[in-house]
Design a protein. Structure first.
Length: 84
């Protein structure tokens, strides 16, 4: 199976907090991020706190745009505009 790269948003549906990141392997990185949340080691402290209090039910991963390294800055910018 080929790896897909792109910009992904981890979103708290209850508070609308969003963590945007670029991934070279979307499936793997979403699994890794979920693992970090479960261990209490996510780099975004406010999302980690929400996750610890509410659990996975109010969180969702969304692929904003599939792109390569060259297109990631514009895709991240579009993601920021989407969640303003």
């Amino acid at each position: 199976m080929e790896k897909e790269s792109g910009v992904v948003a981890l979103r708290n549906l209850k508070t609308d907090k969003v963590y945007l990141f670029f991934s070279k392997d979307i499936k793997k990185d979403c699994v890794d991020m979920r693992f970090k949340l479960d261990l209490g080691m996510h780099p975004c402290a406010s999302l980690q706190k929400d996750y610890t209090q509410t659990g996975l039910e109010v969180f969702r991963f969304d692929t904003i745009e599939r792109t390569d390294d060259e297109g990631r800055l514009s895709a991240l910018s579009e993601g920021l505009d989407l969640y303003k």
